[in-house]
Design a protein around this ligand. Sequence first.
Ligand code: GDP
Ligand code: MG
Length: 190
Amino acid sequence: MLGGTHMARTSTGASDYDFIFKLVLIGDSSVGKSNLLLRFTRNEFRLDTQSTIGVEFAYKQLVIDGKKIKTQVWDTAGQERFKTVIPQFYRGSEGALAVFDLTKLDSFDHIPTWIEEVHRHTPSDLPIVLVGNKSDLVDQRKVSREQATALAEELNLSYMETSALNASNVEQAFVLLVTSIYQKKMPKQM
Ligand code: GDP
Ligand code: MG
C-alpha cells in the first residue's frame, strides 16, 4: 500500500480509514526531521543525534472534515547528508514538509534547492509546508519570521514554526499539509 490514495475497505465492509496519504520530510541534516516524525507519530523526542532512528516511515491517523485520513510519513533516514535523496523516496508522495532549523541560516538557504528537488520528482502542484523548527531556542534564532514568510510566498508554500522539543505546532503543521492535500483532491467538499 505504498503511495497513492486508496479507499480502504475490509472484507466486512467496515473501513479503517477513508484515505491514506504518503508524506515526505525533507531538509538538511539535524534540522529535526526525525524528531518531528517521532513527536507527530509517537509523541516522543530524542536528544541524541543519529543519522537514522531506524525507521523509514511511520503512520498516524488524523480526522479532517470528518474523514479518517491515515498518513504514512517518510523520513530520509540520513540520506540527506548527501544533499539529495533517492527518487524512490518521493514516489507516490502527496505532500512534503520542507524543514529548516531556525537557528541555522545554512539550513534555510538550502530550502530552494530542496524544493527544486521535490519538484523534479513530484507533480508541480504538490502541497508543501515550509517548517522552521526549534522555535524553542529563542536566543539562538538566526532566521526571522519575516524572512521565512517571504521565502514561503516566493516559492508558493505555507509556513509554520515548530518545536519538536516542546511539541509546539507539530501536529498543526501536519494537519495543515494534510488539509491542503485533501482540499486539492476534494475541492467541492470543503
Ligand atoms: P534530522 O537529522 O533532521 O532528522 O534531525 P534530528 O531529529 O535527528 O535532530 C537533530 C538534533 O536536533 C537532535 O539533537 C535533536 O534532539 C535536536 N532537535 C530536534 N528538534 C528540536 C527542537 O525542536 N528543539 C531543539 N532545541 N532541539 C531539537
Ligand atoms: Mg534524521
